[in-house]
Write a protein that binds this ligand. Structure first.
Ligand code: XUL
Ligand code: CO
Length: 430
């Protein structure tokens, strides 16, 4: 049954000679790059919240979108699921991601929320089986409802902690039921507006214990996927505890979870934290906690988390370069945590936003693979560090090093970092 995208053809790869907007010009799922199909490298996912739940509001104006599935009944929820699977089919998307609140209407209480989640995930499960679309990750929305205005795990009210913990249990159950390959925790309101009313030490402890409980429960039910924290420095709170990859790693070490939990890194969040996307990916890989990515872009003038679809091949290529250097995705993938601009009202806008983003990512990944196959970039980096390969310095102490510097007359002669030369090299591929 078609519900929404019925005039739009299924999108397929037609190459750069395509004459229609409704074609992939670069994303050929079957193309083999570095020994793997593009579809298996990129592992694209549609985000249910932006695609189907977001009404098109901004801080100064409300809903602009009029979707037939907007409403708070289970019939609306099923219609929304029908539309979502129709879009996955049009795009040929292998994966999707959801929050509980995206797929079911809010109930009167926890019991009703759980019953509705069970019912709609049964419905979604049947559609997944029929279409072969898979779940990249599930998550709980612990930030929209007013009960969470002062945080979920970090709330001053233990009843809110309890409601949030119970909700995470149901969302882990739902994610496992649907064969989810990851479970994400984004601490949207786990932070503060002002330190004047905030006991930071206590809130951190609550967040750490909450995460331990989630990990324990995932083990208990035999959830095979990865548990991922999604860092973000601020917005909606003034300061968020999961600020960036480095902060999250310190937090995981503190609570003994650095082998249990990885990160889901979002482009826009990295920028908000004052980093590049590739910095956050490279750091996570170096720390052994790289999990997955939320692909999008921010508006570079407004300084907001505008969640736009990616649009720059050079930017995306540098991110995929770090992902490929780290060995590629395992459980993770490329989730488009991106939404339309609020004037983009038509069904085809949602389709074309994903088509463009998938082509951009395909070009980025292909460019990154070509850089690695070319070999000169990494050869140059290896040469830069080559003297370390035969050095025993790190096993010594200051005294013996001082003796050696004196005895051998060590007197370093600086070498060029060749940055412009390497930038020129990379630009030949992107
Ligand atoms: C918010 C954000 C979330 C998470 C999932 O900035 O990125 O959508 O990805 O809760
Ligand atoms: Co995100």
């Amino acid at each position: 049954m078609t519900v929404y995208f019925h005039d739009i053809p299924a999108i397929n790869y037609q190459g750069s000679s395509a004459t229609t907007d409704f074609a992939y010009r670069h994303y050929d799922p079957e193309r083999v790059v570095l020994g793997k199909r593009l579809e298996d490298h990129l592992r694209f996912a549609v985000a249910w919240w932006h695609g189907f739940a977001w009404p098109g509001g901004d801080p100064f104006g409300g809903q602009t979108f009029q979707r037939p599935w907007f409403g708070d009944t289970m019939d609306h929820a099923r219609l929304k699921a029908d539309a979502a699977f129709e879009l996955f089919g049009v795009l040929g998307q292998p994966y999707f991601c959801f929050h509980d609140a995206d797929i079911r209407p809010e109930g009167e209480d926890f019991a009703e929320n759980t019953a509705r989640l069970d019912e709609i995930t049964d419905y979604i499960g049947t559609k997944m089986e029929a279409t072969g679309t898979k779940l990249l990750w599930g998550t709980a929305n612990l930030f929209s409802h007013r009960r969470y205005m002062a945080g979920a795990a970090t709330n001053p009210d233990p009843d809110v902690f309890a409601f949030a913990a119970a909700t995470v249990k149901t969302c882990l159950d739902a994610t496992k039921k649907l064969g989810g390959e990851n479970y994400v925790l984004w601490g949207g309101r786990e932070g503060y507006e002002t330190l004047l009313n905030t006991d930071l030490r206590r809130e951190r402890q609550q967040a750490g214990r909450f995460l331990q409980m989630a990990v324990d429960y995932a083990h208990k039910i035999g959830f095979k996927g990865a548990i991922l924290i999604e860092p973000k420095p601020q917005e909606p709170t003034k300061h968020q505890y999961d600020f960036d990859v480095a902060t999250v790693y310190g937090f995981l070490k503190d609570f003994g979870l650095e082998k249990e939990v990885k990160v889901n890194i979002e482009q826009g969040h990295a920028i908000l934290a004052g980093h590049s996307f590739e910095h956050e990916i490279a750091l996570a890989a170096a720390l052994g906690i790289f999990g997955s990515i939320d692909m999008n872009r921010n508006d570079y003038q407004s300084g907001w988390d505008t969640d736009q679809f990616p649009n720059s091949v050079p930017e995306v290529a540098l991110a995929y370069l770090e992902i490929l250097r780290a060995g590629g995705f395992t459980t993770g993938g490329t989730n488009f945590d991106a939404k339309l601009r609020r004037q983009s009202l038509d069904p085809e806008d949602l389709v074309l936003a994903h088509v463009g983003a998938m082509d951009i990512c395909a070009r980025g990944l292909i460019a990154a693979a070509e850089i690695l196959e070319d070999g000169r970039l990494d050869a140059s980096r290896n040469t830069r560090y080559a003297p370390w390969d035969k050095s025993d310095l790190l096993g010594l102490d200051l005294e013996s090093i001082a003796a050696r510097v004196r005895a051998d007359g060590i007197n370093p002669s600086p070498r060029s970092g060749q940055q412009e030369r390497l930038e020129n090299l990379v630009n030949r591929f992107v």
